[in-house]
Write a protein that binds this ligand. Structure first.
Ligand code: H2U
Ligand code: ZN
Length: 348
């Protein structure tokens, strides 16, 4: 669906069919003056190896364990896991207003490569493909024991990432967390009503409209979703029905590496900075009930930056107390991302 002129000019709300939540869009406000904080852009030159980094090959971690001299993607058990193999047993005191439940799980850290200075955007497609293969293997292994496997990356100090060595994380849990629980419900309902996956249909409609599409290849599409909350938020979806990372064919993985590299390069070029974000994969939950028919694999990218390498969007005030709000429209954000080169600014 292409938006009419009114949605580019007047305040309105947009609905997110995945979560059932609304976002307030205020395009008329994009010209308001900005007197907020201008943090200085700091882009320290990085070495390919850092003796003090707990993720570099051969180095000591906080736990006292030493990393092997790894030469490609390396996974280890998080030394400070948020989920562990044990929780309480039996019943805690329970009432409608005081509910708790046990949860067990596992947390792992994934070093994308031995190089301390190499983000996914600057890795070779075949190296990114290796990361994808590892994430798929991990998902299928942990999915045998856990209901939900959350693969994510927290990138940049702005997002609270503690170490610049490019890495992702995997948290697996016996319970279905809030966000996937909402998406599970919506995708299941949509499939029941329409006999088709919600995000498959959505991707097709976005391809036809074009105005929110950032890029596509034969297997993947990247969209600034109609209901995006973060200024340059994107949604990455396979163009055919796929439920989980391990279900991707070799060809789809190669094309994923291609589109990831191109997307992340555009992100870096937008404000000429190593673009911070939180991103993560959502695939069909595991367990007894088969969720694969209605669930379409996808990744969300949530970058905090608004108008420069230092000016970010704050989710405060109205967002915390009422609902998310944005000024620039998703259509404007998509067009800005489309205007970026796919050659990385650091290599020009
Ligand atoms: P960030 O991606 O948010 O920076 O977190 C890095 C993770 O690495 C964090 O979950 C783990 C932390 O617990 N970590 C280790 O497992 N071992 C260490 O020696 C330090 C950090
Ligand atoms: Zn390192």
């Amino acid at each position: 669906m292409k938006v009419g002129k009114t949605l580019q000019e007047f305040a309105h709300r947009r609905f997110n069919p995945l979560t059932g939540e609304w976002v307030l869009v205020s395009p008329h406000r994009t010209k308001r003056p900005w007197l907020g904080q201008q943090e200085p852009a700091k882009e320290p030159a990085r070495n390919s190896y850092e003796p003090d980094c707990y993720l570099c090959p051969g180095n000591l971690r906080a736990s006292g364990q030493r990393n092997p001299s790894y030469t490609s993607t390396f996974v280890f058990e998080n030394d400070f896991p948020a989920l562990t193999g044990s929780s309480f047993q039996g019943n805690e005191p329970f009432s409608n207003l005081f509910r708790s439940e046990p949860v067990t799980g596992e947390c792992r850290v994934v070093c994308f490569s031995p190089r301390h200075d190499l983000t996914l955007a600057e890795m070779k497609p075949e190296e990114i493909k290796r990361v994808i293969d590892v994430l798929a293997e991990q998902t299928s292994e942990l999915g045998q024991r856990y209901r939900w496997v959350q693969v994510f990356e927290n990138k940049g100090s702005l997002m609270g990432c503690s170490n610049p060595h490019p890495h992702g994380q995997i948290w697996a849990s016996t319970s279905l967390p809030n966000q996937p629980a909402k998406e599970e419900k919506s995708q299941k309902n949509y499939y029941r009503l329409h006999g088709k996956k919600l995000l498959l249909r959505y991707g097709e409609e976005e391809m036809a409209a074009g105005e929110r599409v950032v890029m596509a290849n034969s297997d993947w599409i990247v969209i600034v979703p109609f209901w995006a909350v973060w200024p340059f938020e994107t949604l990455l979806i396979p163009r055919k029905a796929v439920s989980r990372l391990p279900d991707l064919t070799n060809r789809q993985r190669e094309n994923l590496a291609d589109i990831l590299k191109r997307l992340l390069t555009r992100y870096d070029n937008l404000f000429q900075t190593s673009f911070p974000y939180s991103m993560g994969w959502h695939g069909a939950p595991f367990g007894k009930k088969d969720t694969r028919f209605h669930w379409q694999l996808h990744a969300h990218f949530y970058p905090p930056l608004l108008r420069s390498a230092t000016v970010k969007k704050f989710m405060v005030g109205y967002e915390m107390l009422a609902e998310p709000q944005r000024d620039i429209t998703p259509e404007q954000a998509a067009s800005q991302l489309r205007a970026q080169s796919e050659k990385h600014y650091r290599h020009r």
